[in-house]
Design a protein around this ligand. Structure first.
Ligand code: CTP
Length: 452
């Protein structure tokens, strides 16, 4: 790969069915020019044999510490590595690594490696969600190990959920990032950050709501990256298509009003608040306690428009309503939701950093940046992350491109990348804005807050 210096990579493989996919990861790492030494656990060899690893890597393959003892492999392999990738990392491997066991060559290598370590979990959903695994992942992340979130989808049997090994290309991309950037700096150690994620849902009745297309991916990526950089994270999660990462405190919310309450409560004492959630600007004026019926009389039976949250026009007024021969469609009256970001910015203590997101499209009144600048002035936050969402871009996608706007009007264009790359760029900026941490943890923290 252009611009990437070939290095020595250890590919640890633990004993899960996803071991076969590690063959593709190995290929990609070899194609990037790295010298890759595969260290499978004995259990991994029951899934993919030694000959496959040796042929694909063109390197010797050992699993125990008793082979080539004169080379002291349990120390030398880890010491000389530029990166260790463990894919798949089973629940057992994560547990052994978190507790510092050294009962095979791979776990011994993990204890001697001074380089970045990337773990890629794959297991059944129950195992991934088990508090023991969550705690082990949190411990590893606190120590600076980069633990990717597993993908969501079909697992070994008919079951599906979080636990799938991410695609080999995703793993190779994370490996490239670590080799070029080094491990995540622990520059948020000792900091507490609050992140809102996902899309709010504003109920109309017990079964229907007004929602939006936010997947929660950006907020989850921000949380994952903040944890990797040492922060204590509260994730205020509205509706999301993705699982929150391990090692964060999660507050589930549904509506904008619930999100406001949760974010304001969590923001007290936080060093930074990042509003990545797509918050509905309006909600139905009233919520029907009963399912709204399409036939008007039924709605009237519930107490009529005043309690059902809908107002109905006469037949003539909605004559154009498609698919409604009776012309009897209800109208929903909406009321404004509070602007949480503006409120946070107005109330924040002097040393707290508040970050907003802006999803914009260009129109007759200005381009994306014109709209973003006006929004920045309205919100009063410290940093605005601007997404161009023309044509439905960004929502649900893994890659994105953003511009970071500062109050003095200056901006940084973050090159197109994954939502994890964008998250790192956002935290890089936040770290610059934070006042120095007590005890001098944040040596880059020369406060640039003179604009406030
Ligand atoms: N936001 C908020 N409360 C709202 C609406 C938005 O806190 N009621 C936050 C979002 O979390 C985001 C930022 O404000 O960080 C911008 O959201 P966006 O939807 O782009 O802007 P709006 O304020 O809704 O403005 P508009 O819809 O007019 O573009």
């Amino acid at each position: 790969m252009a611009g990437l210096r070939p290095g020595r990579v250890v590919l640890g493989v633990s004993g899960g069915i996803a071991a076969y996919k590690a063959c593709s990861v190995l290929r990609l790492l070899v194609e990037d020019g790295h010298e890759v030494r595969v260290v499978p656990t004995p259990a991994a060899l029951r899934f993919v044999g030694e000959a496959t690893w040796a042929a694909l890597s063109r390197q010797p393959v050992t699993t125990d510490v008793w082979t080539d003892v004169h080379e002291v492999p349990h120390v030398s392999i880890g010491r000389s590595a530029d990166l260790v990738v463990v894919a798949p990392a089973t629940a057992d491997l994560l547990a052994r690594a978190a507790h510092g066991l050294a009962d095979d060559l791979l776990t011994s290598t993990l204890l001697t490696a001074g380089c970045p370590v990337l773990m890629v979990p794959a297991m059944h959903t129950e195992m991934w969600r088990h508090p023991a695994t969550r705690a082990n992942v949190a411990t590893l992340r606190e120590r600076g190990v980069v633990v990717l979130e597993p993908a969501v989808g079909r697992l070994t049997g008919a079951d599906s959920g979080p636990g799938r090994l991410p695609e080999p290309e995703t793993i190779a991309a994370a490996a490239r990032r670590l080799l070029s950037r080094g491990p995540a700096p622990a520059d948020l150690a000792g900091r507490r950050v609050v992140i809102s994620a996902g899309g709010t849902r504003e109920p109309l009745d017990p079964v229907r709501y007004l929602g939006n297309r936010s997947s929660g991916r950006q907020g989850v990526a921000l949380a994952t990256s903040a944890v990797a950089r040492g922060a204590g994270v509260t994730l205020v999660a509205a509706a999301m298509d993705v699982e929150p990462p391990a090692g964060v405190e999660i507050v589930r919310v549904e509506t904008a009003l619930e999100l406001r309450e949760a974010v304001l409560a969590a923001a007290g004492g936080a060093d930074a608040v990042v509003m990545a959630a797509a918050v509905a600007d309006f909600r139905p004026a009233t919520v029907s306690p009963f399912k709204i019926k399409k036939d008007r009389e039924a709605a009237a039976d519930d107490g009529g428009a005043a309690t059902s949250g809908v107002e109905t026009f006469g037949a003539g007024e909605v004559a154009g309503a498609a698919g409604d021969p009776a012309g009897d469609a209800p109208t929903v009256r909406l009321v404004r939701n509070p602007d949480v970001l503006a409120e946070l910015s107005a109330r924040r203590p002097r040393e707290q950093v508040v970050v907003g997101f802006a999803a914009e499209t260009g129109d007759a009144e200005g381009d994306v940046l014109d709209h973003a600048r006006r929004k920045f002035a309205r919100k009063g936050c410290d940093l605005l992350v601007v997404n161009d969402v023309s044509g439905g871009r960004v929502f649900g996608e893994r890659r994105t491109q953003v511009v970071l706007l500062r109050p003095d009007g200056s901006l940084t264009e973050v090159p197109e990348g994954t939502k994890e790359d964008v998250s790192d760029a956002v935290w890089d900026e936040v770290v610059k804005l934070l006042p120095p941490a007590r005890g001098g943890r944040n040596d880059q923290g020369t406060a640039q807050r003179s604009d406030r």
